[in-house]
Ligand binder design. Structure first.
Ligand SMILES: [Zn+2]
Ligand SMILES: [Zn+2]
Length: 49
């Protein structure tokens, strides 16, 4: 399990808030992701429409 920001694509091994300056999710918790190929698809497919 790892944590991904769906906006800026930041990845962390531990739960934390996005710290990317200018990211619209800065200060918001990263999203849990369980992909095994680094595609982060369960998270990134949630982005937009
Ligand atoms: Zn971010
Ligand atoms: Zn992932």
């Amino acid at each position: 399990m790892h944590y991904v920001c769906p906006v800026c694509g930041g990845v962390s091994e531990t739960a934390k808030n996005c710290g990317t300056e200018g990211c619209s999710l800065q200060g918001q918790p990263l999203v849990e992701c369980a992909c095994e190929d680094n595609s982060h698809e369960p998270v990134k497919t949630n982005k937009g429409n």
